[in-house]
Design a protein around this ligand. Structure first.
Ligand SMILES: *Cc1c(COP(=O)(O)O)cnc(C)c1O
Length: 381
């Protein structure tokens, strides 16, 4: 079956997003076919063909996987494997590619579940090394590793590393490279174009953008690498539900609209935060004064919806969060409704007590900036 899209490489990214993964139109059928709920498929005779058992394949996943692939590498033959969550996707790459005796380089400032992953990898006899994302510090521990795991911009510190440089060095040393692209989404950064072997993401965040489903994916060019990841999904059974997969595909149609607005809002927030005396440690890779701006603007087309900053202490940060009226206090990020939280409440991340991670939603910028300034004034007393 050919795609119902023409050539996704020949259209603008807004057009690509609204048409991504659509099948060839069929008279009297919906444009985006509904979720297929099936544990098994009608299968007389020899058990071959694309759809046999529901843990292996599902047509709703196939549509979504094609859509994500078109966004990750427009017009190129890539393979995408969807998962029940971002962690399922991350684990699929790490545990399908590494074996006892191997070494892997992880970021020391990455997603908060990576230390748990580290424990599990070590229990299986994999050597785990870590280094910070900033200053391309992972280069210094690359020697002899089989896999380099990059997260850029890092979450929640928003440091950025040079993906092309790290990837060249890793490949020269014989290591594969995976990039956690959750924060940027493929409309902000395309890891495969920057040389990575795996583009991995939690689609729970900006990709689906409504804060109502968990999902993840892995995209790669090499069919053999994809086959390993797919095999891992079958073994572990970390499969997305058809309803979630369909909702995700539906949400991709508005990806460009959402991301565009959310990134603009994040920049507007960062600009006003930069003028406040009580704010320190402001980070947004899209702010020209940010230490990451130079490298970020070379490899990113959009800088994400997350802004981080530090208020003087825990009490100040809590008063600020309580004072916000248009922003929900919640973890996670990337949704159309703005959220913010004091990251230190979780423990784990090495951040100051007053550290705020703010995820800009799709509200009107004036409303959002007004709410932020009022809450800052109130918190300052
Ligand atoms: C949320 C997140 C994950 C984990 O994704 P889940 O969908 O919650 O499993 C991984 N990496 C990053 C950068 C994230 O923000």
């Amino acid at each position: 079956m050919t795609e119902g899209n023409g050539d996704p490489a020949q259209v603008g990214e807004g057009t690509r997003a609204v048409r991504a993964g659509l099948p060839v139109p069929v008279k009297y059928e919906p444009t985006l076919p509904g979720p297929v709920f099936a544990a098994h498929f009608h299968l007389p005779g020899e058990p071959t063909g694309p759809y046999t058992y529901g843990r292996d394949e599902n047509p709703t996943w196939s549509h979504l996987e094609r859509a994500i692939g078109e966004l990750e590498a427009p017009g190129e033959p890539v393979e995408t494997v969807t998962f029940a969550s971002g962690m399922a996707a991350i684990s699929a790459v790490l545990f399908s590619q590494l074996k006892a005796g191997d070494s892997v380089v992880l970021p020391s400032d990455g997603y908060q579940a990576l230390p748990l992953v580290r424990e599990q990898l070590e229990a299986y006899g994999v050597e785990v090394r870590t280094a910070p994302t900033g200053d391309d510090a992972q280069l210094s521990v690359l020697d002899g590793a089989q896999l380099l795991w990059i997260e850029t911009p890092s979450n929640p510190g928003l440091d950025v590393c040079d993906v092309r440089r790290l990837t060249r060095a890793a490949h020269a040393a014989g290591a594969l490279v995976a990039v956690d692209n959750t924060l940027a989404t493929p409309l902000g950064q395309r890891p495969l174009d920057l040389g990575a072997d795996f583009s991995v993401a939690s689609d729970t965040k900006g990709m689906t953008g409504h804060g109502d489903i968990l999902l993840g994916h892995v995209t790669c060019r090499d069919p053999q690498l994809a086959a390993g990841v797919r095999r891992w999904r079958k073994v572990v059974g970390a499969i997305p539900g058809p309803m979630e997969a369909w909702l995700a595909h539906r949400s991709l149609a508005t990806l460009q609209l959402r991301i565009e607005r959310q990134c603009a809002n994040a920049l507007a927030l960062a600009e006003v935060l930069g003028e406040r005396d009580e704010v320190t440690g402001l980070r947004y890779p899209g702010l020209p004064s940010d230490p990451s701006y130079k490298i970020a603007s070379r490899q990113m087309r959009r800088f994400g919806c997350v802004v981080s900053f530090v208020l003087p202490d825990r009490g100040h940060a809590e008063r600020f969060l309580e004072g916000l009226r248009l922003v929900d206090e919640a973890t996670s990020f990337g949704g159309v409704r703005s959220t913010a939280e004091r990251r230190g409440r979780w423990g784990g991340d090495a951040v100051p007590e007053g550290f705020i991670r703010f995820s800009a939603g799709a509200e009107d910028a004036e409303d959002l900036v007004g709410d932020l300034l009022r809450a800052l004034d109130e918190a300052a007393g």
